[in-house]
Write a protein that binds this ligand. Structure first.
Ligand SMILES: [Zn+2]
Length: 399
């Protein structure tokens, strides 16, 4: 994702503001439609039903009908994707978009001729119903742009961010399988023993964030002090988000280059999000822990990492059943719920060599790699060597 400062004329600015308003309105319409629905209540309103609702809304509101149907339909598609991510357990449930806070719209199916360079520092992008809008060519626009998003920040500046699907990275051909476990404490653990962490904010920045949040809470509504704190906070949060994304790009490229097969946990929707939530009458078991776990996944950009891995290493990413990966010893295969001594520490009480101990997330990553190895072997025919690990029968599990 690369972001450029947009330089619209006043007339274009008005038209872009209209697109943002329409996108927000349509998004909120979809949120409202979904707010009457919850898991277990039958089918959720699909994209088709929402499109019908959009057609009705356009017929009823002339101001909406004047806008771009491309922009409005895309807002619906983005919402559908956001719901899919929510059910996938990788994102929070989509919520209301607020004026001045979530201002933006997305355009997809962008063609190469929709973006051009005018001079050394000036480029242009074609926006439906607005025409060519200039932007500052501050760095090269990536090849193969597929979509872009136009936003307005708290300071009133407009940006365009181009998204290109990264080109696949060729497999190294070394036959190596790596398991990746999403950690809550560390961001990702590899079966090689490496622990990868995102440091989205330095310590001083983290302190500043807390201070700004406190100042914002105390400031009088509508005051200049409040506006200033709000803008500073928005900048800091944007920096944190950028660094997290940067980490995902670097990590996914590194993994795609070094390993032939990359194994990740298959985060089962139902198992995670739904059981954490439960129902109003019957709250899910372990709600507290799971809520914490889900937060960890979100914070570490796990969903984005898996998406990027699949972009860069197509066909080389294997999703593995996560059952027991955190309770089984990767050295001897013994499953013991009590082996995980803490969030970070794993100690096997059955291993011949007096207890295999190590980082719990690395142990899980090794189990994920083992499972992927079996999946590859099953695909390619019988394995000749190595022990056969099977999921132990439930009756054999030590409680
Ligand atoms: Zn063991």
């Amino acid at each position: 994702m690369s972001r450029y400062r947009l330089q619209p004329t006043p007339a274009q600015e008005a038209a872009l503001a209209g697109h943002c308003r329409h996108a927000r309105y349509v998004w909120n319409l979809a949120v409202e439609q979904h707010s009457f629905w919850w898991p277990g209540r039958g089918g959720a309103p699909g994209f088709a039903a929402q499109c019908r609702r959009l057609t009705e809304a356009r017929a009823a509101c002339p101001w909406l009908a004047d806008g771009s149907v491309i922009v409005q339909q895309q807002a619906l598609k983005d919402f559908a994707q956001a719901m899919a991510n929510f059910f996938g357990g990788t994102h929070k449930r989509p919520t209301w978009r607020k004026r001045d806070r979530n201002e933006g719209f997305r355009i997809v199916a962008v063609k190469a001729e929709d973006v051009r360079r005018l001079s050394r520092h000036v480029g242009e992008v074609r926006v439906p119903k607005v025409g060519w809008v200039r932007f500052r060519w501050s760095r090269p626009v990536p090849a193969g742009v597929k979509s872009y998003r136009i936003t307005r920040d708290a300071a009133g500046r407009r940006h365009v961010a181009f998204a290109a699907i990264p080109r696949p990275i060729p497999a190294p051909g070394n036959g190596e399988v790596v398991g990746v476990d999403r950690g809550v404490v560390v961001s990702a653990a590899l079966s090689t023993g490496e622990l990868l962490t995102v440091a989205p904010l330095r310590q001083t920045e983290q302190k500043r964030l807390v201070r700004l949040e406190r100042r914002l809470a105390r400031a009088k509504p509508g005051s200049a002090r409040r506006a200033k704190a709000k803008a500073a906070l928005a900048r800091l949060k944007a920096r944190r988000k950028d660094r997290r994304k940067d980490w995902v790009e670097k990590t996914s490229t590194d993994l795609a280059r070094r390993f032939d097969v990359i194994a990740v946990e298959d985060l089962k929707i139902a198992a995670m999000t739904r059981s954490a939530r439960g129902t109003a009458e019957k709250p899910g078991r372990g709600v507290r822990q799971k809520a914490g776990l889900n937060r960890g996944i979100l914070a570490n950009g796990w969903g984005l990492l898996v998406t990027r891995l699949e972009d860069k290493a197509p066909g080389r990413v294997i999703r593995v059943d996560p059952a027991f990966t955190s309770q089984r010893c990767s050295a001897c295969g013994f499953v013991d719920r009590r082996a995980r001594e803490s969030q970070a520490r794993f100690r096997c009480r059955s291993c011949a060599h007096a207890g295999h101990a190590g980082h719990a997330d690395v142990n899980a990553a090794r189990n994920i790699a083992h499972a992927a190895g079996h999946a590859v072997a099953a695909r390619e025919g019988p394995r000749v060597t190595g022990p056969v690990h099977r999921e132990p029968h439930p009756a054999l599990l030590i409680a």
